[in-house]
Write a protein that binds this ligand. Structure first.
Ligand SMILES: Cc1ncc(COP(=O)(O)O)c(C=O)c1O
Length: 422
């Protein structure tokens, strides 16, 4: 083992990490637990704990219903405006609402209605399954005659630009893609693909769940039409925290919200029986927000803003590169494959190692080594890098754990039957 792949080498990298001061801003009550699942559920920001206490005692406890006018009515928009800074959107282009799945439904239906006469929808087979279910359901409701083109992963990880270029044509109403793939971490060239879609006047909707808070982007300047994303992954908003949606400013007056509810009404408390959409991004709201969950998103967004997306990406890239070199050095010979791109420019913030016994290995490192990764069928062990708190030492220890449970054969004690959340 040379210095670069040694534990001492990892510790040195941590000492020189300009973001290591952020780790202490998160609740880490068991320093012996290696947590590499921030790509699925981010850690708890300490500020969120203090905020929850204030919210419960002061806002809900003392202010009661008055807290709606004090704080809560503007919260979806206010946190959305801050989050906009992380995805390169204008403050009034983003709002927090519902779940990623529900927001997808709203924006898919809005986009299809915005392109009447066009009957083709383009997506890919490595998109998150929920996105594909919703896409089909929303399209079927509008017109069962839509042709759904689900492109195969012909570049090894996702659809190639050539295949997208061929598939998107003058009959295409909508292109729906994930920016970063949930299994492989492959990252599309958002600028290039948005340009291809716009070249045929098709609308494009990006799912940013695996890139928001991990990868800088310029949604507005790139001309992205629509986007949705999760807040409980790299944004550390908490389990099931509401999602965000982005609609480019010039589209907001044209694109309908098909789930019209009173929070999207122009004069909600006049209780008119006719629906009149609010102006701007507010029209994409539907019902009463889950305030406790919504409020918890702000501390994580604030931390990412304070750190800055460029330093976050630089560390993420360096750490994923580090993982690739550890794989090359110690895991490849044990049957692990690299299921993520080698080219850093096309890689998001997690690295997937494939192994025929992946699910059992994932359980073994969790139970025996206190290393938490996650598993995605058929063979992906995902190691998530959350640059605000992931250390090089954790990555080093995790790779060592993977190697040990395979070398010792201890993974064989675990079942290969998928149970619960993986
Ligand atoms: C890429 C992607 N899109 C959509 C979803 C669904 O999100 P939700 O369950 O919050 O609607 C997920 C969930 O993990 C996801 O990873």
């Amino acid at each position: 083992m040379d210095y670069e792949t040694s534990l001492e080498g990892a510790r040195k990298l941590d000492r020189h990490d300009s973001l290591n001061r952020f780790r202490d801003r998160f609740l880490i009550d068991d320093p012996g637990l290696i947590y590499l699942d921030g790509n699925s559920l981010g850690r708890v920001p300490k500020d969120a704990i203090a905020l929850m206490d204030r919210l419960m005692r002061h806002q809900w406890g003392s202010r009661l219903i008055r807290a709606w006018n004090d704080e809560w009515m503007g919260l979806s928009r206010c946190i959305g405006a801050k989050l906009a800074g992380l995805i390169g959107a204008l403050p009034d282009e983003v709002i927090i609402a519902d779940s990623t799945s529900v927001n997808l439904f709203k924006l898919i239906a809005g986009a299809l209605k915005e392109r009447p006469g066009r009957r083709k929808i383009v997506t890919d087979s490595v998109n998150f399954p929920s996105d594909l279910y919703i896409l089909k359901a929303a399209a079927d409701l509008i017109d069962p005659a839509y042709e759904m083109v689900v492109l195969p992963a012909d570049n090894g990880f996702a659809a190639s630009e050539d295949a997208l270029d061929r598939a998107i044509d003058e009959n295409t109403a909508l292109v729906l893609l994930s920016h970063v793939m949930y299994k492989s971490s492959y990252m599309y060239d958002m600028e290039r693909i948005t340009e291809i879609a716009h070249g045929r006047d098709a609308m494009i909707l990006w799912d940013l769940s695996h890139s928001a808070g991990a990868v800088p982007m310029a949604c507005h300047d790139t001309g992205v039409d629509l986007a949705v994303g999760s807040t409980y992954k790299y944004l550390n908003g908490g389990p099931g925290a509401p999602a965000f949606l982005y609609v480019r400013d010039d589209l907001q007056s044209r694109l309908i919200n098909p789930v019209t509810g009173w929070f999207g009404h122009r004069k909600q408390f006049y209780f008119d029986t006719e629906f009149e959409p609010a102006s701007g991004i507010d029209r994409y709201l539907t019902g009463t927000p889950s305030v406790l969950s919504l409020a918890m998103i702000e501390p994580g967004v604030d931390l990412a803003l304070e750190a800055g997306m460029e330093p976050i990406r630089a560390k993420s890239l360096d750490q994923s590169e580090y993982l690739v070199s550890l794989w090359e050095y110690g895991l490849a010979s044990l049957g692990f494959t690299l299921n993520s791109p080698r080219n850093g420019a096309r890689r998001g913030s997690h690295v997937s190692f494939g192994h025929a016994e992946g699910y059992r290995i994932d359980q073994a490192i969790r139970e025996e080594k206190k290393v938490i990764t996650d598993f995605r069928m058929p063979d992906n062990i995902r190691l998530g890098i959350a640059p605000l708190y992931t250390t090089y030492e954790e990555l080093h220890t995790a790779v060592h754990a993977l190697s040990e449970v395979v070398t010792s054969g201890s993974f064989e004690r675990y079942s290969d039957v998928i149970k619960g959340v993986t």
